[in-house]
Design a protein around this ligand. Sequence first.
Ligand code: AMP
Length: 397
Amino acid sequence: MSPNNILVINCGSSSLKFALVNPNQNEFAISGLAERLNSPHAMITWKQGSDKNSLLIPDGDHKDALSQIMPYVQEVCQGNLDGIGHRVVHGGTHFTAPHKITPDVLSEIERISPLAPLHNPAALQGIHAALEVYPDLLQVVVFDTAFHQTMPEHAFRYCLPEKYYVENNIRRYGFHGTSHRYVSRQTAKFLNLDIGDSHWLSAHLGNGCSTCAISNGQSLDTSMGLTPQEGLCMGTRSGDVDPGLFGHLIRTLNMTSNEIDDLLAKQSGLLGLSGLSNDMRTLEAARERGHKEATIAIEVFCYRLAKSLASMACALPRIDGLIFTGGIGENSPLVRGRTVSWLKLFGFDMDSEANAKFVGGKTGLISTANSTPIIVTPTNEERQIALDTLLFLEDKQ
Ligand code: AMP
């Protein structure tokens, strides 16, 4: 039987998201989330077919969660689990592609943890838990940053003294690489173009948001930088601010670096602007009712997104299409329409009927016949991670 069942794991410091992915099937046979790990309220919720289940695992950790989940996963795939794919946020400059897990790979992920102090240690916890539960199974790591390692130096350097780059690895890395890679390939297929000879602007708009310029299958620039804070207005992240803001807040409001980090990462973006919510659905409903702050939050979000896409266009020799993806990109005709209205200069023209139609996970062309194509392409990072993991199995055979 050809290998097909990959468990994809995505760990936070107190959470573990999982999905059993079979690339021949559209739906995940089982998927779920263990959260509040290492607390008395630790619990797992999961969906198996149409059944929803939950289980309390008081004080359970990543390994306890996995041990509880695995019998259900094995039942669903009839004991034929072929491998585990782990999402890791930061691969530094070392990881330019997915890797099979070895002791050296684990040490390198650990070494670059200062670049992602919250995310990489959490991923390592999940990896160690999975290695303990399944020491003999193929396990692969897929990095959010790896796709952007093709960015040229003029795109990834900050205008800072060189020593900060050379000695401290301070440069732009970019994130959401797995998503931008997946949707650019899917969109090329959808429009019958060769990914190796095509040029895309991609907008991944979820709770975190980023844009990317993709040329011949490679990332040439992206809006996130050293951290996922740079670039667009996001759910709770500010995106770009004047670097002078940091000193200003310290001097005038006596704020500490932790307070500033918290302000810019958790209290800003759509939430900060609207004073209402980080959820675009809530903001759209409030805008309908005439809520002033929700309206301006959406306008800032779309204008900044359009500006970022316009700047990404610099990296491309031509534009074969603009891709919208992520929860907002796949579901908000309002955001897509407002954003594209700023991009007329690039030959984009929205077909409003098609724009209204392609929501809820549908792929479709939403531009008029004369326009540069605008496409809604649902992302599926789990599927991409499973495909990457399967490649290692095929290599082995
Ligand atoms: P993600 O992080 O990709 O799951 O995306 C989360 C974001 O997608 C949140 O801001 C949601 O409000 C947004 N979203 C999901 N469904 C819709 C919808 N029908 N209309 C507008 N925004 C949506």
